[in-house]
Design a protein around this ligand. Sequence first.
Ligand code: ATP
Length: 304
Amino acid sequence: MKLTVDGLHVTLDHQPILRDVSLDAAQGDIVGLIGPNGSGKSTLLRAVYRSLRPAQGVVRVAGDDVWKLPARTAARRTAAVLQDSNSNAVGLCVQEIVALGRTPHHGLLGRDGAEDHRAVAEAMDACGARPLAERDFASLSGGERQRVLLARALAQKPKLLVLDELTNHLDIRARFELLDLIRGTGTTTLAVLHDLDLAARLCDHLVVLNEGVVAAAGKVLDVLTPDVLREVFGVRAVAERHADGVIRITYGADPLALHDTTTDPAASAASAEPSDRTPPAPVPPAHPAPLTPTEHEAQAPVPG
Ligand SMILES: Nc1ncnc2c1ncn2[C@@H]1O[C@H](COP(=O)(O)OP(=O)(O)OP(=O)(O)O)[C@@H](O)[C@H]1O
């Protein structure tokens, strides 16, 4: 399923927030939306998700203008996990929250059928939310909530996933698990991410927003150039593909020293490596002190 955003303008409170924003995501693509605070990322997601009507421009999901589709049809196609997605969760347990993902598929009677139960169970399993099924949603940790909200979105079986900072609150392992999970769904995804390393790992393409306009778009290394990192994000850094195939970002020793042109961040990181990795050899004491019990334990051979 293809997403096309074409010439989008959004105005809030008489202020232009997005100006002439266009982007494409092909079937199964994961497109990362990145940019500094206040650049308009969440606003763009809201326009794509049909919760904010643009002043001008078109959002097409599977070829149809979402603002011309019946609301229920549009809601079936796109599932979102937004920063305020918790708000309608008061008093519900996890299983009930995930089941809400099926709402756009229900007819007037709103009864769950076998397909709904299957979709909810699959989504809970995929997100590791099954052990939490009976818990009150409000009692969950931030990371657990994120998983449950993603499960709700997946239960919907959407054609397009819209994610706003989904990895907030997640510990480092949970972040990588979530990246795998999103990749594994094969669903076309538009995801706001602040962590540029995660964005580089997860996304097929990146779109950089700056002050409401698209500052750069394309493949990860074509977008995360030193110029974009400096001019849009205000840091000295380089993005490079390493020997293991992963793109990583190296920040300068002083990432804020934008006008220091004497060394590039990659060179300064490389020159820092030997001293970081090879601490100076300790000088042995002339008469070694007796070991304390704790040191004895530390030096004992590891059993097994
Ligand atoms: N209702 C509103 N009225 C006026 N301005 C608004 C309104 N909502 C958002 N804005 C402004 O629009 C701009 C873009 O906000 P948005 O939340 O889309 O940015 P963002 O890139 O998602 O930011 P962040 O990375 O901080 O989450 C900001 O300057 C914000 O203050």
